[in-house]
Structures are given as C-alpha cells and as structure tokens.
Design a protein around this ligand. Sequence first.
Ligand SMILES: *Cc1c(COP(=O)(O)O)cnc(C)c1O
Length: 428
Amino acid sequence: MRREKSDQLYREAEKHIPGGVNSPVRAFKSVNDEPFYVKRAKGAYLYDVDGNRYIDYVSSWGAIILGHAYDGLLEEIKKAIEEGTSFGACHQAEIELAKMIKEAYPSIELVRLTSSGTEATMSALRLARGYTGKNGVVKFRGCYHGHGDSLLVKAGSGLATFGIPDSGGVPEDLARHTFIAEFNHIESLERIFEKEKDIACVIMEPIMGNMGVILPEDNFLEDVRKLCSDSGILLIFDEVITGFRVGYRGAQGLYRINPDITCLGKILGGGFPIGAFGGKREIMGQLAPLGNVYQAGTLSGNPVAVKSGIYVLDYLKKNPQIYNEMDVNMERLIKGFEETARKYGIPLKINKVTGMFTGFFTDQDVVDYASAMTSSKALYERFFKSMIEEGIFFAPSPYEAAFLNMSHKEEEISRTLDAFDRAMKKIK
Ligand SMILES: *Cc1c(COP(=O)(O)O)cnc(C)c1O
C-alpha cells in the first residue's frame, strides 16, 4: 500500500506540531509505524490522501456509532450551522439534550455539558472534592479518564501505550492525593479506605476500555458501590466510552448500579466535541451559579454539537435493534478471529461487550491491569501492520478497544476475517 502523500504530510506536520499529532496515539509510535492522513470518511470507511480505503474499527475512538458522515445527521448539522455556530448564550436544544440524558441515566438529576470528556471528569472531581470537603481520589490502575492532573497517575490508553506510568508536569503535592486500586480486586479498595481518611471519591470506567476491554467480574461493581456508600465516598462512573455504546443506558443500565456522578462524552456529540457530567441534585447543586464550585466553558453547550448529539441519541432510542445488530456482527468477527488464531496456534484472548472488544495476544484470561500487560506487543505490532496493509484499521496500540459502528456489515466483517487469516498465516 502506497502512502507517499501521507508520509510527506507527516514530515511537514512534525515541523509544526509536537510529534506531528494533536493526540499522542495518532502517531502510531507503539506499533512502529507512521500515520496515514485521512481525506474523508463515510460509513465504515476512512479514505486517505493517497487514495487508500480502510475499514475503520477505531470509529473515532468510539465516538462514532451511526457510521461516518451519516446522511441524516449531516442534514441535521447543516440546518444547525445555518442558525449559527456558537451563541455564548442559552438555547432550547440544551434543555432537550439534558432531558434525553436524564431519561437514559436515571442516576442523573442535573447535568452540565462541557466540550470534552476530559473536562467532564476534571469537573466531576472538583465537584466531588467541593461537595465532600475532602481531597483524595481513588482510581483504578489502567483506567483512563482524560488528561486532568489528578487522573494522570497510573493511567491507561496512551500512557500505558507509551510506558508513562505517571505524567510529567503533575505536581507531587497533587499526585499524592490520587490513590490507585486494582480493577476486579475489591480488597485493594478496602485497603485504601482503611488507611486513608481524606477521600472524596472513587472514579472508574465501570467496564474498562482504556486497557483494552476488561469486564467487571461478578459483584465487583456492587461491592465498589456498597463500599463507597458505607464510607460516605462518592462514586463516579466514567462512561465516556460506555455511555450509549454498551447499550443506550450505558454500563450502569447493564449492571443496574447507580453512581453518584456520571461522566459522558464521545457518542454524546455524534462526532462533535462534547462531554457531560451529572448526578444527584444535591451534589450538582454545589456548582456555580448555585454553589461555590466553579466550572464554565465558552463553547459548552455548543448548538451544533448539541443538535448533533440529540440526533444521534434520538436515532439510537428509536432504533434499539442497532445494538443487537452490532452484537451479531461482532460475534461473527470474534468467532472468526478465535478460530483463525487457533488454526495457526497463536495465543489470543478476546474480551467483548456490545459495540466494543479487544483481542489480547496472550493465553491468560485478561481481568486486570497485570493480565492485560501479558499481551504481546510484538504480535500486536505485526497484526496491526498486516491489517493496515490490507486496508483495515485497528487502534495503533495493544491497549485499546476496537469499536464497531452501525455501518460494519457482513461484507466488512468477511473482508476483515479474510485479511486476518492472511495476517496470522504470515505471523505463524
Ligand atoms: C476518551 C475518554 C476520556 C476523555 O475524553 P476526551 O474527549 O478525549 O477528553 C475520558 N474518559 C474515558 C473513559 C475515555 O475513554
């Protein structure tokens, strides 16, 4: 596959943008490759500047669920844009989106919009600290919650990819308020709660997506919920990935657990920058202008992003079969992957939930950070490179999820499986 124009653009980008990219994993460094440059996207496909076409299993890191450039959504956005792209003042669609979020997530009584998932989690932490008057935050090793200072300790996603356990630039004075528990090991949380008394909240991805997909084991979320309630510590579910993806009601709907605060993003904007955090009235009431916890945003509640989000949520609500269809396609894909890997004697464990999965190149069950790390980076790199040569784009890192969207159909699945067979044959 020729990527001459992409290579040229990357050389030029490196002169002007740190590492040539506006978000680290896009540089393809962990798979020792270089990025392609996207010209346009449609349905299940990305098209690059050299005329190559890729079946896209990144789906804008989970933000895309209807498929790229979905016609109905485009029409809606065009209408929205003609009415103005940013008001810096109140508008009716904000209310509509807030109501839709509340209806999908009954644990939310009041909700505020931001422009990214990071802003949502950062603000949720500040709110939890303001509400409880405490400083400590517990997170789980390998969970990623955006790049807020307190949350960049032992984080997943790009940090796991690049082997950065704790980010530079985070003051030690702040980092010492972040405590690390182990996902699926409730005793690790118990130990922290016994020892530390100055804890405001626990923040977690209820289903991990940023160390690859890792599901909570039986009763783990219930136990976390109970431990927090018993200790007067707030529980924050970061559903930026899982919200509207693992089901319309997210992981909390799937497992029937109500967090105190929920963070949303990605799908919520239908491809536009957005985030949201919400929870009980009593807690959210601490936010300015009602209370003294300050949080704001010039583009928060941006009318185009909000109308895009409303369109996508409305579509999902009216077409719940999308989730079943994604499941059917994903099952076929996973079953094929497993059979092929077995055929060539390549270790592969696949974790999955509706709309997302991760294949770990290991023979261990992946249930926590340590087992995820047993996945072979070398095999992933060869998998990634073989697939991209075949025009199939998986995340350029072994510790990410693959995301399906509504546009992945039988044809794309079959082509992916054929390519996977050729890739594994080479690797064997
Ligand atoms: C992507 C992500 C974020 C950060 O959202 P941005 O919009 O990238 O700032 C936070 N939490 C989780 C679980 C995410 O996957």
